[in-house]
Write a protein that binds this ligand. Structure first.
Ligand code: DQA
Length: 146
């Protein structure tokens, strides 16, 4: 299996940005956790991060070209605004799990719309970087039971 892990704007600042909301674990810690989780499951994974909406759409389209089986995405602020990312996920129809590090459901009203969730199997929110591990395991089990 091949999974693509996509991170949106400012996720590269994890561990430095608003640590009261996003925690002290860094972007690098998250990448290491994703890589270890995939290695343990014998899943090939690539991790990406971009601050640009179009680049994220390009990665989703490329994932289909490259035969990825699953996507884990934290589109960050674009979750709440980007119809383009939602449309790209629907277009490629690769099973996707949506992740948010923070408890988005308990935050501001403007974060309560999640377009990325509308193109995902499920959303894991508020579990810190462990949410990525859970998302990888969810996708793995989902694909194995299909
Ligand atoms: C986030 C939640 C978003 O609302 C926010 O814009 C982010 C990070 C999270 O992981 O909790 O940048 O996706």
């Amino acid at each position: 299996m091949k999974f693509l892990i996509i991170n949106g704007p400012n996720m590269n600042l994890l561990g430095k940005r608003e640590t009261n909301i996003y925690g002290n674990e860094t972007y690098k810690d998250m990448i290491i956790l994703c890589e270890k989780t995939c290695r343990d499951l014998d899943v090939f994974c690539i991790t990406t991060q971009s601050n640009h909406e179009g680049a994220i759409v390009d990665s989703i389209q490329q994932a289909a070209e490259d035969g990825f089986d699953g996507i884990v995405i934290n589109s960050a602020a674009y979750a709440h605004t980007s119809i383009a990312i939602m449309d790209a996920l629907k277009a490629v129809a690769i099973p996707t799990v949506n992740v948010h590090v923070s408890k988005v459901g308990e935050r501001e009203a403007f974060r309560q719309i999640d377009y990325t969730a509308m193109a995902s199997l499920c959303t894991i929110s508020g579990h810190g970087i462990n949410g990525y591990k859970e998302a990888i395991e969810y996708l793995y089990n989902y694909l194995n039971n299909k």
